[in-house]
Design a protein around this ligand. Structure first.
Ligand SMILES: Nc1nc2c(ncn2[C@@H]2O[C@H](COP(=O)(O)OP(=O)(O)O)[C@@H](O)[C@H]2O)c(=O)[nH]1
Ligand SMILES: [Mg+2]
Length: 355
């Protein structure tokens, strides 16, 4: 799963990329030429892992990761045109739109609501263009083909959603419809999350230009919104953890914006984690909501999926309440589940399999 960071130049994409991934890609105050694109893994913080580590003292702790791609922004009128951006956007599975909520180095005021509206329009127009061409093809013949009769109503319904200012992920597609549309790689069908990048003062006060407008827009489009202070957190990242916690508390935060953002992206992607715990490793495994036990086993190894017998499952909270698998079992908290069991977030699992 690749998650693309998009947004205007100077909105803080590379700053957020560095925070999420622990990289040190260069951040440019005024831009200059076309910036390069970066990609790296972000760890998804999960407090349950450290709790399990206290119980098992494993040799290693492995968090879930997501691949982050810093997609360079484009200034209006920049040579290679908007199609380059859209081509990059088409490659990723989900999008995070970083918006500048702080005055630019040139003193231009922030207008995140306009940035959001512009980006949404650009994505919607690209989708509308695909749909229009499809409709043309379906209706160009003299007689109405069976193919057109089957597909045309859907194409027109999707066009209406976009023309009303909606996103295609709001079109409530049936699984069959969604499967039929997969080949188009519609941009507004990709999960989207909005991030407003603020000064630490504005993050603390929750007062910044266009906040009400942006919140209303996010609600109408069903898009999640995260407020953070990228630069402030980047400066904090040089400090030791206790000092960081102090400064975060000062702006009213319990967890860093980076941690909140990584978790929000994870949820936006429709991912949850099942956990494995032992003396070798405590680990979180990303799976899509709705993944069955046998498919989840395949995330660990294809042999475990093929030879699947059953899954021994204990919810994280139950395991922590009893402090050991044996005690949880005595209290009837460990269940035996078959291959079609739908995994829940926080299931601590031991797969039984034949090789
Ligand atoms: N005041 C302020 N400046 C920021 C913030 N995030 C990034 N910047 C600055 O904005 C400029 C552009 O940041 P960069 O991450 O390169 O933006 P990009 O062009 O979207 O990749 C740099 O000078 C950053 O230090 C922020 O949260 N607040
Ligand atoms: Mg950049």
């Amino acid at each position: 799963m690749d998650v693309g960071l998009v947004g205007l130049p100077g909105s803080g994409k590379t700053t957020v990329f560095n925070l999420l991934t622990g990289q040190n890609a260069s951040v440019a105050a005024f831009g200059g030429g076309r910036p390069e694109s970066h990609r790296a893994l972000a760890r998804v913080p999960d407090e349950r892992l450290s709790a399990l580590a206290d119980l098992y003292h494993p040799k290693k702790v492995t968090p879930a990761t997501i691949q982050i791609v810093d997609i360079p922004g484009q200034a209006p009128g920049e040579g290679d045109g908007p199609n380059r951006l859209l081509a990059d956007v088409r490659q990723v599975d989900a999008l995070v739109h970083i918006m500048r909520g702080f005055p630019s180095p040139l003193g231009e005021p922030a207008d995140p609501a306009a940035a959001a509206a512009d980006m949404e329009l650009e994505l919607a127009l690209a989708d509308l263009d695909l749909l229009e061409r499809r409709r043309e093809r379906l209706t160009s013949g003299k007689k109405v083909t069976a193919e057109a009769r089957a597909e045309l109503p859907l194409v027109e319904r999707l066009m209406a959603v976009l023309e009303d200012g909606g996103r295609l992920d709001q079109a409530a597609l049936t699984p069959e419809e969604a499967a039929g549309m997969r080949g188009y790689q519609f941009l507004t069908l990709k999960p989207m999350l909005w991030v407003v990048n603020l000064s630490d003062d504005d993050l603390k006060s929750h007062r910044w230009p266009g906040r009400d407008t942006l919140l209303a827009l996010a609600a109408s489009k069903g898009v999640g919104l995260v407020e953070m202070a990228g630069q402030f957190e980047w400066e904090l990242s040089a400090l030791d953890p206790e000092e960081q916690a102090l400064f975060l508390a000062e702006v009213g935060l319990e967890a860093s914006g980076m941690a909140r953002l990584a978790q929000a992206i994870y949820r936006q992607l429709g991912l949850v984690s099942f956990l494995t715990a032992g003396e070798d490793e405590v680990r979180a495994w990303p799976i899509a909501v709705g993944t069955t036990a046998r498919a989840a086993a395949g995330k660990i190894h294809s042999d475990i999926e093929r030879g699947f017998i059953r899954a021994e499952v204990v919810p994280f909270e139950a395991l922590m309440a009893h402090r050991s698998l044996a005690a949880a079992r005595e209290h009837g908290q460990v269940r035996m589940e078959g291959r079609d069991y739908v995994m829940a977030d926080g299931d601590v699992v031991n797969f039984r399999f034949n090789v």
